[in-house]
Structures are given as structure tokens and as C-alpha cells.
Write a protein of this length. Sequence first.
Length: 148
Amino acid sequence: MKTQALSFILFCLAVTAASATEVTYSQQIKPLVAARCVACHGADAPEYPAFKKEKDAWLAKGIGPRMDSYAHLIYYTGWPDTGALMRRLDDGAGKDDKKPGNMYQHLGDNEAERQANLALFKGWVGNWSHKKFDALTKDDLAGIKVLY
Ligand code: HEC
């Protein structure tokens, strides 16, 4: 009996620890995007297809496609703009040329902050795949968590 109670307590502790490390949109990513991204990807920014249609005009204003909601942001993870978020935010450490994605700079004011926020995005996305849609497997897709 005692052993059973002990294993139950250990089980509960393990579950609590696991959920404590989970990164969700509502808890961590939303405020991070609000602080670091919406100046250029906010409510006034266009939907992605509209951005692509008049790209030069938007770029002249320094505005990118809209990413200020859960639905908008996950568009850049699994499908249809597969891997865009991962390629752009990556620090380049795992690449031969070590070149970071061009949105990495916006993750923080210093390297420590950028690394900490990159870790949050990585935890949120799950499978940090840089693949484009044609190379993506069903397993790759299933590994993309993006919890709300
Ligand atoms: C100073 C303005 C600015 C900030 C801040 C900024 N971005 Fe961007 N972003 C842009 C512009 C402009 C583009 C379009 C040009 C390009 O593709 O590089 C873009 C493109 C992107 C793309 C690629 C979309 C595509 O075409 O596939 C992603 C993903 C992205 N940004 C994510 C982010 C995230 C996440 C943040 C916050 C950590 C962020 N950006 C912060 C201006 C910004």
C-alpha cells in the first residue's frame, strides 16, 4: 500500500514537472510576439497572400505579413508557409555557414536574451524543422506541437 501511494506521488510530481516545462502560445509566445514582433507583424499588417502580392510596397513601409494571433502564427510553422518561422528565427548554430535567419536579431537586445527567446520558440514549435513543404514528412508534421 505504502509503495502504491509513493508511486502515485512520484507520478504526480513527474506530471507537474512535465507540464511546467511545456511552452504554450497563451503563456509564453503571445507576450513574446507582442513585445518583439508585432511592431512589424501586427493587426495592420497584411495577410500573407496579400503581402506577397504587393511585397515591394509593404517592404518600403518596413511591414511584414500579419502574425499577431495564434492562427496567424502557426501558418508559418507546419502549413502552408512550412518552416518559415523556424528558418527565420534560427540562430544558424547548426548550419555550415552559421548564418542566422534574418528575424533572429529581433528576438532580443543581447545574445543571452535572443538565445532564451529562441529556446522558448523551439520548445513551443517542437520539431524545429527547416524543411520546406515538399521535403516535409508526415512525422515531421506530427512533431510540430504549437500548443495553445
Ligand atoms: C522591424 C520590423 C520587424 C520585426 C520587429 C520583426 N519582423 Fe519578421 N519580417 C519583417 C519584414 C519586413 C519581413 C518581410 C521581409 C523578409 O521576408 O525578410 C519579415 C518576415 C518574417 C518572416 C517570413 C515570412 C515569409 O515570407 O515566409 C517570419 C517568419 C518573421 N518575419 C517572423 C518574425 C518574428 C517571429 C518576429 C519577432 C521575434 C519578427 N519577425 C520581428 C519585419 C520585422
